[in-house]
Design a protein around this ligand. Structure first.
Ligand code: PGA
Length: 251
């Protein structure tokens, strides 16, 4: 499977700014997109506009509600996202967990996304305190088991797991690539146990996220078992994002 680079624009851009970034990323993406998969996740308000500008770059959403549609004021349902050709949906990002999103919500969302055929990008990762206490792999395992429990992917259903240590997100303190690889290998073992080896071989990617930049991307790209990156700050300027894409595409 190709490596994947996913840009998470968070709440950093207005729709108009998103359109400009989408145009610039699309313009420069041809070479890297031949080797790796690239996707961007704008805010919900920008999805419809950004979608019209993307070429060779997939569209993702930063979150979704677990129902297709219904009386859920303020939420964004899966029927809306499907109509906008959204393919990837980030689930359980730590910035959402910090606002109160539970493992149960991550599980319900992931389940619904799989039923509807979206590609979930499930984020897991330990806090600074857990890291210092040596509980990194335990936290990753707990979050994965909670989210993936009972999930039965169809033969072609794709899932991306992003190992994102909380202390590395938006801090400039990227995780050492060897430690990231170990956590990623652990995450893959758990996912394979739950979802099945034959399915995982064709459909599962486990990527790293947390202060990925053009300076450190090669360290992650060097490991065959790190299937790509989820990038926040480094996705907000087309030139930087495309350079990261070029680094991943070289491997
Ligand atoms: P960052 O964010 O690259 O800015 O650290 C990553 C993320 O939150 O997905």
């Amino acid at each position: 499977m190709k490596k994947i680079l996913i840009g998470n624009w968070k709440m950093q851009l207005t729709p108009r700014e998103g359109v400009r970034l989408a145009e610039a990323v699309s313009k420069g993406a041809a070479r890297a997109a031949a080797k790796i998969e690239i996707a961007v996740c704008p805010s919900h308000t920008a999805l419809a506009l950004v979608r019209t500008k993307l070429k060779r770059v997939g569209l993702g959403a930063q979150d979704a509600f677990w129902a297709e549609r219904g009386a859920f004021t303020g939420e964004v349902g899966l029927a809306e996202l499907k109509e906008l050709s959204v393919e990837h949906v980030i689930v359980g990002h730590s910035e959402r967990r910090a606002l109160g999103e539970s493992n149960e919500v991550a599980h319900a969302t992931l389940h619904a996304l799989v039923v509807q055929g979206f590609t979930p990008v499930l984020c897991v990762g330990e806090s600074d305190a857990d890291c210092k206490a040596g509980r990194c792999h335990a936290v990753v395992e707990r979050e994965l088991r909670a989210a993936l429990r009972g999930v039965k992917p169809k033969p072609n259903q794709k899932i991306v797991i992003a190992y994102e240590p909380l202390w590395a997100i938006g801090t400039g303190r990227a995780c050492d690539p060897v430690a990231a690889k170990k956590a990623i290998d652990h995450a893959r073992r758990i996912a394979v146990e739950i979802l099945g080896a034959a399915w995982a071989k064709k459909n599962l990617r486990v990527v790293y996220g947390g202060s990925v930049s053009v300076k450190n991307a090669a360290g992650y790209a060097a490991f065959a078992s790190i299937d790509g990156a989820l990038v926040g700050g480094g996705s907000l300027k087309a030139a930087e994002f495309l350079k990261i894409a070029a680094v991943l595409a070289k491997r």
